[in-house]
Design a protein around this ligand. Structure first.
Ligand SMILES: Nc1ncnc2c1ncn2[C@@H]1O[C@H](COP(=O)(O)OP(=O)(O)OP(=O)(O)O)[C@@H](O)[C@H]1O
Length: 344
C-alpha cells in the first residue's frame, strides 16, 4: 500500500485531529484555487444534523450543588433519525438520565444545541415547553408507579392525555385507546387499575399512555429496570411494535444487555459524551443460507475531528499524551510516540 504522506510529525496530539489530517493531505502549500474550492464546499455542506429528528450538538449540562460543580454532559453529540429504535448505555453517573430529562423537556441544557422535531430545547418558552411535553415526546419511567394514575383503569389512563388535548370525540377516543392497548399487547387489561396488573403489564400500559398523543419520539429511562428478564422481553416487544407499526422513533436508556442487543443501534455514553456506537445488521450466510446478526463497534468522530480511543487500546500500547498519526490510502494509522521511551 502506498503512503500518501509520511506522517504529520510526532507532535500530532490525540486532541488535534484536524491539524493532523489536513496537514498530511495537503503536503505542499495548496493553491489559492484549491483553497477557494474547499471553502465553497464547506459553505454548501448541509448544517450538522439537518435531517435528524433528534440533534444534540456539543450539549453541556452543569449542575451546581453546595458550591460544587458537576459537569453531567460535557459536549455531547448525538443524531437520531426519524423511525430509529435505539438504545443508550453507559456506567452509572455517565449522564444518561440528564440527557433524557433534557430531551423530555423536563430540564434545560447549560450550553450547546438540542433540537427535537424542529423544536429548539434551549430557547423554548414555558408555554412551548408544556406543549412539547404533551404533543412531541412521550415518556416511560423506570418506576412503574410513576407512569400511571393508581385510581384510573388502563383505558382511562391512556384516554387522559387525549382528553387533556381536547381534540377528539368520545367514540374516536375509545377506538384510539383500544388500538393502542392492542399494539402494546395489553388489551385484556383495559378495565383494570394498576394494582390489578403485573409490573410488565403496567409498563406496557405506560407505553400506550406515552403514545396517546402520537408523539414524534418515545423516550424511556430504564423501562425494564424493575422487571425480570422474561417480562422485560414482553415490554421491549411493545416498544418494537410501536416502532414498527406506528413508526414512532424510540430511544431507550438501559442497563439490560439483552435489550441493548435487540436494537440495531446502541450508543454508549462515557463521562458526559457519546463514546462508541454499535451497529447491528442482518446478513445471510452464503453457505448455510441462515440469517445472522453482525455487530460492529465504531468510535465517534466529532466535528472537530476528535476521536476517543478506547482506554484498553491506549493502555495496552502505552499511548499517553501524544501519538503519531499517518495517513494511509484507506485508513489512518495511530502509533505510540517513540521519541521518548519513557513516554514523558
Ligand atoms: N440535579 C442534580 N444536581 C447535581 N448533580 C446531578 C443532578 N442530576 C445529576 N447529577 C450528577 O450528574 C452526573 C450524571 O448523572 P445522571 O443521573 O445523568 O447519570 P446516569 O448515567 O443516568 O446514571 P444512572 O445509570 O446511575 O442513573 C452524576 O455525577 C450525577 O451525580
Amino acid at each position: 500500500m502506498t503512503e500518501t504522506s509520511a506522517g504529520t510529525g510526532a507532535g500530532a496530539g490525540t486532541g488535534t485531529g484536524t491539524g493532523a489530517g489536513t496537514g498530511a493531505g495537503a503536503g505542499a502549500a495548496a493553491t489559492l484555487e484549491e483553497l477557494e474550492r474547499r471553502a465553497a464546499a464547506r459553505r454548501d455542506r448541509p448544517a450538522y444534523g439537518h435531517d435528524a429528528l433528534i440533534s444534540c450538538d456539543r450539549l453541556v449540562r452543569v449542575f451546581s450543588a453546595d458550591g460544587v460543580e458537576v459537569q453531567a454532559l460535557q459536549g455531547l453529540d448525538l443524531l437520531v433519525r426519524e423511525g430509529e429504535l435505539m438504545a443508550l448505555v453507559g456506567a452509572s453517573g455517565s449522564g444518561k438520565s440528564t440527557l433524557m430529562n433534557i430531551l423530555a423537556g423536563l430540564d434545560t441544557p447549560t450550553a450547546g444545541v438540542a433540537r427535537v422535531a424542529g423544536r429548539d430545547l434551549l430557547t423554548m418558552t414555558a408555554r412551548e415547553r408544556l406543549r412539547y411535553r404533551r404533543e412531541v415526546v412521550g415518556f416511560v419511567w423506570q418506576q412503574t408507579a410513576r407512569n400511571l394514575l393508581p385510581y384510573l383503569t388502563a383505558a382511562q389512563n391512556v384516554a387522559l392525555p387525549v382528553q387533556l388535548r381536547g381534540r377528539s370525540r368520545a367514540r374516536q377516543r375509545a377506538e384510539h385507546v383500544g388500538a393502542l392497548l392492542e399494539v402494546t399487547g395489553v388489551a385484556d387489561c383495559r378495565d383494570r387499575r394498576p394494582h390489578e396488573m403485573s409490573g410488565g403489564q403496567q409498563q406496557r400500559v405506560a407505553i400506550a399512555v406515552a403514545l396517546a398523543n402520537h408523539p414524534s419520539v418515545l423516550l424511556a429511562d430504564e423501562p425494564t429496570g424493575e422487571l425480570d428478564s422474561r417480562t422485560a422481553e414482553e415490554v421491549f416487544a411493545a416498544f418494537r411494535r410501536a416502532n414498527d407499526e406506528l413508526g414512532t422513533t424510540v430511544v431507550i436508556v438501559t442497563h439490560d444487555q439483552e435489550v441493548a442487543r435487540e436494537v440495531r443501534r446502541t450508543v454508549a455514553i462515557r463521562d458526559g459524551r457519546t463514546s462508541t456506537e454499535i451497529l447491528r445488521r442482518t446478513e445471510v450466510d452464503a453457505a448455510t443460507g441462515e440469517e445472522e446478526t453482525v455487530a460492529r463497534e465504531y468510535a465517534m468522530l466529532d466535528r472537530a475531528g476528535r476521536l476517543q480511543l478506547p482506554a484498553d487500546y491506549t493502555e495496552g500500547l502505552g499511548m499517553r499524551d501524544r501519538v503519531v498519526l499517518r495517513l494511509e490510502q484507506d485508513h489512518i494509522g495511530v502509533w505510540p510516540d517513540d521519541t521518548d521511551p519513557g513516554g514523558h
